[in-house]
Design a protein around this ligand. Structure first.
Ligand SMILES: [Zn+2]
Length: 344
């Protein structure tokens, strides 16, 4: 085991940086702009986001404290999250280094490091942790299987999912595919660390630095620091405590507002659909769900397409979704091996 600087020391250095750079502004918040990024707005256009040094560092501190519970200096971590014009990739690199672990940054573009190459790196360097979207983890596992490898026999022991809402049910399926424990992180393009997971797997809002509310009751659009995010979430009331005992509220990400359908009581999201379909054994951890003409178009995958050839499984899933959620749905089940072509 190598000797590394404890996280607490970095934390102190960070706080000193903040005092030096931002302490003299009238409102106590940083006037220094440290980082430029972009986000895609609801009409598909790019919008600039500028983050102050204070926000940037405070996001990193919260992420470092969360990852410090999941990773050690012996970990070799693949970071497959977006880097270009976003905050999360650069933040992830810094935080993994702060924990003292080794990092292999592969990003999400798939140009220099396509998934086949990544599988080679995972084997060669005995990668122990993967930070990526749930879809990426599922696709990488099925690619490994299709190449005759056993993802559950790899050195990967931790998968940290970010960048995409995912039900606990699908997360369990992904963990099983890799024989790894799973955790999640939640952020938005402007606030890369908005909620971090506790040891019970619940995402706690970073209320030490963020003001959050939900439009329209417990389930609705997340408003962070007064700005609507376009993200559908559920926010537990403050008096509904988590078993971990933390005082900060629990946030349940449900995807974008645009990807939800109006339900009988509240908006219905793809995560609600996941909870139903992954109640069935036999489905691969792949999942896609999009809204077209007021209907959820759901795509699932199985390892053995013969088992669903009679269409009974599709009809069963569809009727369960309609009955439980009160929304229209169409269900397609594809061969897990054909997933990337079936959903692109
Ligand atoms: Zn908790």
């Amino acid at each position: 085991m190598t000797t590394t600087t404890p996280i607490a020391t970095h934390y102190e250095q960070f706080l000193e940086l903040l005092t030096r750079d931002t302490g003299d502004t009238a409102d106590g918040r940083g006037a220094v702009h440290a980082r430029y990024g972009e986000r895609v707005d609801s009409s598909g256009g790019s919008q600039a986001i500028v983050m102050s040094r204070e926000e940037w560092i405070r996001n990193q501190i919260d992420l470092a404290l969360a990852l410090g519970r999941l990773l050690t200096e012996d970990d070799v971590v693949v970071s497959a999250v977006p880097y270009e014009l976003s905050f999360v990739g650069a933040e992830m690199d810094r935080v993994i280094e702060m924990v003292g672990a080794s990092v292999i940054s592969v990003g999400t573009s798939g140009t220099i490091c396509p998934m086949e190459r990544l599988l080679g790196l995972i084997e060669q360097y005995e990668v122990t942790a993967l930070v990526c979207s749930p879809s990426f983890a599922a696709e990488l596992a099925s690619l490994a299987v299709s190449l005759g490898q056993w993802p559950q026999h790899s050195a990967i022991r931790t998968i940290i999912c970010a960048g995409e809402a995912c039900s606990a049910e699908r997360l369990d399926r992904i963990g099983a595919a890799w024989a790894a424990k799973t955790s999640t992180l939640y952020g938005t393009p402007s606030t890369p660390t908005a909620a971090v997971a506790c040891e019970y797997g619940a995402l706690h809002l970073c209320e030490n630095r963020l003001r959050a509310e939900v439009r329209g009751g417990r389930r609705g659009e997340l408003v962070l620091e007064g700005s609507p995010t376009g993200e559908l979430v559920e926010l537990w009331p403050a008096d509904r405590g988590c078993d971990c005992g933390a005082a900060s509220r629990v946030l349940v990400p449900l995807g974008s507002v645009a990807a939800a359908l109006p339900g009988p009581d509240a908006p219905v999201s793809a995560v609600d659909v996941e909870r139903i379909v992954f109640g069935h054994a036999g489905l691969a951890p792949h999942f896609a769900c999009e809204v077209r003409d007021g209907t959820f178009h759901v795509t699932c995958a199985v390892a053995d397409p013969e088992s669903v050839a009679d269409g009974a499984m599709q009809r069963l899933l569809r009727s369960e979704i309609v009955d439980a959620l009160g929304v229209e749905a169409e269900v397609t089940i594809v061969d897990a091996k054909d997933w990337s072509t079936a959903t692109s």
